[in-house]
Design a protein around this ligand. Structure first.
Ligand code: AMP
Length: 443
């Protein structure tokens, strides 16, 4: 059941929040959560060097796999709400463990996270619920894969079944390339994650991300977003964790969204219920709008990055209440997302060589930033012994800005990016090209 009006309130004490994760996504969640005056302190395990620049935030260095130490720390800090950012701890059942210890947790249990950590399970789930998606074949050996690949008239998309840090999808241009991709997976390139392979019909159309905050039974939709996954301009080059995004996605008109709700979102939530999965967290629907309607490309069990960094600045101080209500199974009839009327855009600055090999440890210099409706979210940074900000990842940081239209948003984003310097900095200049009226490839 969907929800769409009125205010939110906290259901209980909400002073101390814990966020698990170390990326730009978690920093953007911290940034929106700190807006609420009930929140006194936000702890991040482990966060990154940018986390403590955010109001009320403190990093904690403990290993989340050391359950005894983790529980002691959470009790000591009197944590009121836990938000789990990345897919791995969700797939490992961290949310189940913490819920059993009576913590309020935003993030699905292991059963719900399977939507992301097993692509073949997710495809069968969609099949069971009659949810539109590309045709697929689940194969468990190279022999089986070979039969399917060479009996298909066109090259199929090849997907590693398990988690692969965004690197497990191959979109070959020829049938032989398709076989080679399957061969590399069955040769062990992805370890256990690649013991099963999903072969998929290749479908066409623009992509859009839709996020539903879910309390187990009810849900509420966040503004839509579009991201740019390819490394290079004109959406060329290898897939990455995301080079930038914008929100909302004007591509989706009200009719399209209604169709997505009826054919995809509600059937997904109904099917979760049918399978007795009490999903408390965000469901990320990666969709492709094909000529025959919207189809699911993938589900994720957490917020997407950079979409999360783009959407969070549009949310107001009530956002944390929604996270809490989802955690408690308590979204109410008439709930509303309070959001700005502005639009938002994000560009990621990466290290030279990303997503393959890259070096880290380069000093980051930040010049004169126009900080009105602009945020810098660190994704991969650390501090030197002298407190100097250093690059510490492939995706280093992002600039996110909001304004009344996308031309103004991206003008600010790129002006601010020109004030950021580190050795080998790389970013795309064409993020949001679809929605920038003043954009031309010749600029
Ligand atoms: P995924 O990790 O499943 O989101 O896939 C990464 C990217 O591969 C998607 O964003 C799409 O651009 C592309 N992709 C995945 N599956 C298909 C498909 N069946 N047909 C065409 N493109 C696909």
């Amino acid at each position: 059941m969907s929800i769409n009006s009125k205010n939110s309130k906290s259901l209980s004490k909400l002073e101390n929040i814990l966020i698990i994760g170390n990326g730009g996504r978690e920093n953007s969640l911290a940034w929106v959560i700190q807006k609420n005056e009930l929140v006194k302190k936000i702890y991040l395990i482990p966060g990154n060097a940018g986390s403590e620049r955010i109001n009320k935030c403190e990093r904690i260095k403990i290993d989340i796999n050391n359950k005894i130490e983790l529980l002691e720390k959470l009790d000591f800090l009197k944590i009121d709400l836990i938000v789990i950012g990345p897919e791995k701890p969700l797939a490992n059942g961290l949310a189940d463990f913490l819920r059993k210890k009576n913590f309020k947790v935003f993030g699905p249990g292991k059963d719900g996270a399977k939507l992301e950590y097993s692509k073949s399970w997710a495809k069968e789930f969609m099949q069971d619920a009659n949810i539109p998606t590309a045709n697929f074949w689940k194969v468990k050996s190279l022999e089986e894969a070979k039969k399917v690949i060479y009996s298909s008239p066109n090259p199929l998309v090849v997907k590693v079944d398990g988690l692969a840090s965004g690197k497990g999808v191959f979109i070959p241009d020829s049938i032989d390339e398709c076989f080679k991709a399957a061969e590399s997976i069955f040769n062990g390139k992805f370890g256990q994650s690649g013991e099963v392979v999903v072969l998929e019909e290749r479908i066409q159309g623009p992509e859009v991300s839709v996020f539903a905050l879910c309390d187990g039974k009810k849900y509420i939709l966040l503004p839509t977003a579009q991201d740019h996954k390819r490394l290079n301009e004109k959406d060329k080059g290898p897939n990455t964790g995301g080079m930038g995004s914008y929100s909302p996605a004007p591509l989706l008109k009200e009719d399209d969204l209604n169709r997505i709700i009826n054919e995809i979102i509600e059937p997904t939530i109904d099917e979760l219920n049918k399978k007795n999965i009490d999903y408390k967290g965000v469901i990320y629907f990666g969709l492709m709008i094909t000529n025959s309607g919207p189809k699911v490309i993938e589900y994720n069990c957490r917020f997407g990055d950079p979409e999360c960094q783009t959407i969070m600045p549009l949310m107001d101080q009530n956002f944390v209440f929604l996270l809490e209500k989802c955690a408690m199974g308590n979204l109410t009839e008439g709930e509303k997302i309070y959001k700005s009327d502005q639009v938002s855009g994000c560009v990621i600055a990466t290290s030279k060589g990303y997503p393959l090999d890259y070096k880290t440890g380069f000093p980051i210099k930040i010049g004169n930033i126009d900080s009105s409706s602009c945020q810098i979210f660190d994704s991969g940074t650390s501090l030197s012994k002298n407190g100097e900000l250093l690059t510490d990842g492939g995706r280093v940081l992002s600039i996110v800005c909001q304004d009344i239209n996308f031309d103004m948003v991206f003008e600010k984003v790129y002006k601010n990016l020109s004030e950021i310097h580190f050795d080998g900095i790389y970013f795309r200049n064409d993020i949001g090209h679809q929605v920038r009226e003043n954009f031309s490839w010749e600029n």
